[in-house]
Design a binder for this molecule. Sequence first.
Ligand code: SF4
Length: 373
Amino acid sequence: MKNNIEIKRFIDVHVPMFSCNLRCSYCYVGQHQINNTKNILFKYTPHQVRKALTIERLGGVCHFNVCGMGETLIPEELIEYIKVILENGHSVMIVTNGVLSERFNALMKFPRELKDKLGFKFSLHYLELRRLGLIDTFFANVNNVRKNGCSISVEITANDSYEPYINDIKETCLKNVGALCHVSVPRDDSSAGIKLMSKHSIEEFYDIWKTFDSPMFEFKMRHWGEERTEFCHAGEWSGMLNIATGSLISCSCQKGTYQNIFENPDNNIKFYPVGKCKVPHCFNGHSFLTFGVITEIDEEHYVDIRDRVDNIGQHWLNPYMLSQFSHRLIEYNTINRGGVILVRQKIAKQILFTYNAIRKIVHKVYFRDDILW
Ligand code: SF4
């Protein structure tokens, strides 16, 4: 297979798995075990998904970031879906808590050319792993996939409960992956605004966690709570896809743009830019903005958010992802902000919105089928 390292779109893939095998004190899913008895119903077969997500239909090679609300890798069927996306020529990164060894072993049976395009974002839930005696298992899985040629990235969510252990966390990371983990910033979901989940002021919080030298942390903190006023190409150069239902929306702020892209794989997918963002804060800006959905923001690249160079000079990302994540979406897309195009897109979006609203009502009334997104 020829390696084509372009990046046409960034697709954030939602796996509707709402249960988890860990119980982190700061996590809503782990604590409440939402829907923990319910298996995901994948409404379309891997074969249908293969036909729906071809390079031709998506307009080029895309990067898929696959993440569940709980632990992404719990549903065994997901492995086949990951495989068909890779076989179609795209790259995939899976967000995981890193302890389901049997899933990593299964994924490592993929052929080498697929593993070159596969990466894992390991979330280090340090205290929960310590409580369960799973720290060695976590890093054994990280190093297993790394040894197999996949990309890795290790990230911790900055939480006040970790503060007494910061030195331990750093030593553990240096010992096992040769570099400090990246640091993500937690949001208090119980508040209506953009509130930091911490007892500290923003300044105190920043001073505690900046010691990890994480570009992800720096980018997130620099833009924390900012409203975006620029033109955003999310929806046109990116998308959010529910892998179980085929629902595609432009971004988290644009639920009305729902389309099912698995149902009729011969139909064109409509990629419309969001334009003016409607949410008060770009929640996953460390992905969308660093890939460049807002062209005016020219700061860290996605490669800076995911990669580290370890203490023997080896990158966490493999050569394929190192190269792909160094690009910005503008390099493989054109800017169409002309008035005529925007008006046409606005009308089409309105029609799509109305159609979906009617469709949802009909489904609710007649089929009681709540459509995710
Ligand atoms: S600014 Fe962020 S949240 Fe808003 S539309 Fe763009 S990518 Fe989505």
